[in-house]
Design a protein around this ligand. Structure first.
Ligand SMILES: [Zn+2]
Length: 244
């Protein structure tokens, strides 16, 4: 599968660099995980927006789901102008205003995600892990038809169960919201040391640090993560593409 980091900032986008969004492509199937602010515009650098038929939202914080209504409206217009004959399928935690809005929308459908549930979308199988965050949030494990594995943690504290969920990933895209020394348990995120520990214990072949803070020197995050024995590891950049 081809994986594109559409955006990687925490909280708010920068010019041409969105908050969280990750595009997966294989065999003509385009699947998006998270639609944070800025993603609906910038994803069109890589793919026709009307060909993204499946969007998985890990939770409804603005920097992960703020653009979902743009996708819903784009699909409504595309259907009305006969640019596609398919509905948009949105998946996410059950409940709350975003879910009600998606369910009300024409040409979009909503399906819940939860631990133990799996979905198959074209060549992709998706599994979910309940995170420890300030709202109901899931990590997602995507396995394609060749067995290649992407794990996207979304926002979460470090958890032993997440190590097991991520184990053996070919590509791990992990929350790295905090600098080392900040208490991830308080913040509901991982600091850089914890992100590196997750990458090491999960034995990930390649790791990308994402959900990056706007303050400080980002290279320090990388140095903190590298205190653990990790394989290839780098900071997320908008437009970064990896084939796994
Ligand atoms: Zn969040």
């Amino acid at each position: 599968m081809k994986v594109t980091i559409v955006g990687m900032w925490n909280s708010f986008p920068k010019y041409s660099e969105p908050t969280s969004g990750c595009l997966m492509q294989k065999n003509g199937v385009n699947l998006l995980i998270d639609a944070g602010s800025g993603v609906a515009g910038q994803v069109q650098k890589y793919v026709d927006i009307h060909t993204i038929d499946h969007i998985f939202l890990t939770h409804y914080h603005h920097d992960h789901a703020g653009d979902i209504q743009a996708f819903v409206l784009a699909r409504k217009l595309a259907r009305e102008h006969k640019k596609t004959d398919r509905n948009l399928k949105v998946y996410g935690p059950e409940g709350g205003l975003p879910v009600r809005e998606i369910r009300r929308a024409r040409y979009s459908t909503f399906q819940p995600i939860r631990a133990q549930k799996t979905y198959t979308v074209g060549p992709f199988k998706l599994e979910f892990h309940r995170n420890e965050h300030s709202t109901e949030t899931y990590a997602i494990r995507v396995t394609d038809d060749t067995g290649a594995v992407l794990v996207y943690t979304s926002d979460t504290c470090y958890r032993g169960s997440l190590v097991r969920f991520a184990f053996g990933a070919d590509l791990l895209i992990t929350d790295c919201r905090l600098y080392e020394g900040y208490d991830g348990k308080v913040e509901g995120h991982m600091n850089a040391e914890e992100a590196g520990r997750l990458a090491s214990k999960a034995d990930a072949t390649e790791t990308i640090l994402t959900n990056l803070p706007h303050h400080g020197a980002l290279e320090v995050l990388l140095d903190s993560a590298k205190q653990h024995r990790v394989k290839k590891i780098r900071l997320a950049e908008a437009g970064m593409q990896v084939e796994i």
